[in-house]
Write a protein that binds this ligand. Structure first.
Ligand code: SF4
Length: 362
């Protein structure tokens, strides 16, 4: 068996570590490119949301490298995510691929079902091996988040453009090479040092912008046209509302152990505007915008895939949030036709607006 899974930011580093600890042969799809997007768009329904199209592109490219089994996380709720597994299976079968697809559904308090699926996928494994795999996977995941958070903090103060991005890549490579918890801790410390040295001595006050929106669009730099890098290189301190480990904790760990899946906070923050679950990250988008406004950030950017229902609901409510709390908000709706240049132009205009609003406030 040669197993693959879709790309989502740097999740593949932790995913590979987990499956390799379970002695599974992993074939990673190459980092997404225009070809990935074209392949996915060509074979997906036109109005499918962007994550599905990019995932299909990932799978096809991984199959070219020999992958014959796909694992993906299922979903529940009012949006289309619950259908993804079946739609993707039918697309790939329709293209004549003989592929095994395992959709791991949210456990909803029944961890036994997930364990049974994992056992079928990985062959008989001892509980110790599962614990070891989860341990190394979790450590890598939290280390990725720590390195990415640090990069967001340091990038606006880098000596030369691109320093932090290449330091982050080096740090992530060290992390990828680590194969036990001790090495992961060492790689994390080394990685932090490599990123921190890019900080030039300049403590000037920089504009601060929060990024909210659909999880795939926020976490995958290829589809969001490297928004964090672009803003950071313009001297903006970026605050990201979703990190991989938070997402796994909410959607997998808490869900598996019947802990209240959604912490109350997002609903309390979003309540005056949106008071029930609308699927995806609709509520979190509103809640994070309210939170960023209260923290005194200078602006918020919502990133949404074209036709994403939860983000459309949030987008409709954001102008009211913006007016009530006095925070500039911009929505970027992206699909396979979006261009990096177009996004950059809009970002530059938004940063100018944020700068002006900062000056007038002061
Ligand atoms: S949250 Fe949006 S992009 Fe994600 S599956 Fe649902 S509709 Fe599609």
């Amino acid at each position: 068996m040669k197993l693959t899974f879709a790309r989502l930011g740097n999740l593949h580093i932790a995913g590979k570590a987990i499956f390799e600890a379970l002695e599974v042969d992993v074939v990673l799809p190459p980092p997404p490119t225009k070809r990935t997007m074209s392949l996915g768009s060509l074979h997906s329904p036109e109005f499918a949301c962007l994550p599905l199209k990019v995932n299909i592109g990932n799978y096809l490219e991984a199959m070219e490298k020999g992958a014959n089994t796909i694992v993906m996380v299922g979903g529940i709720g009012p949006c289309r995510v619950g259908l993804y597994g079946e739609v993707q299976r039918q697309i790939l079968e329709g293209l004549g691929h003989d592929i095994k697809m395992v959709v791991v559904e949210p456990p909803q308090g029944r961890l036994s079902g997930v364990l049974r699926q994992l056992r079928e996928l990985t062959g008989a494994q001892t509980i110790t091996q599962y614990i070891k795999a989860a341990n190394i996977g979790w450590r890598k995941l939290t280390a990725i988040d720590a390195l990415e958070k640090l990069a967001l903090k340091v990038r606006p103060f880098e000596e030369s453009r691109g320093d932090v991005s290449s330091a982050l890549n080096t740090a992530l490579m060290l992390l990828d090479d680590a194969d036990n918890p001790k090495d992961v801790a060492c790689a994390l410390e080394k990685g932090k040092t490599i990123i921190e040295v890019c900080h030039k001595k300049d403590d000037s006050d920089r504009p601060q912008i929060g990024i909210v929106g659909e999880v795939f669009m926020v976490l995958e730099p290829f589809v969001n046209c490297e928004i964090e890098k672009c803003l950071g290189e313009m001297g903006v301190v970026v605050h990201r509302s979703i990190y991989l480990s938070d997402w796994i904790m909410e959607h997998v760990v808490k869900d598996a152990f019947r802990v209240l899946r959604k912490s109350k906070t997002p609903y309390e923050l979003a309540k005056p505007y949106l008071c029930h679950f609308v699927g995806g990250h609709g509520v979190e988008t509103i809640a994070s915008t309210v939170d960023y406004a209260r923290q005194g950030l200078d602006g918020v950017i919502q990133i949404a895939p074209f036709t994403c229902m939860p983000e459309i609901i949030a987008q409709d409510l954001l102008p009211t949030v913006s007016r009530d709390l006095g925070i500039p908000v911009m929505t970027l709706v992206l699909d396979e036709h979006s261009s990096g240049t177009g996004v950059l132009t809009r970002l530059e205009a938004f940063v100018d607006l944020v700068q002006m609003s900062r000056s007038s406030r002061r």
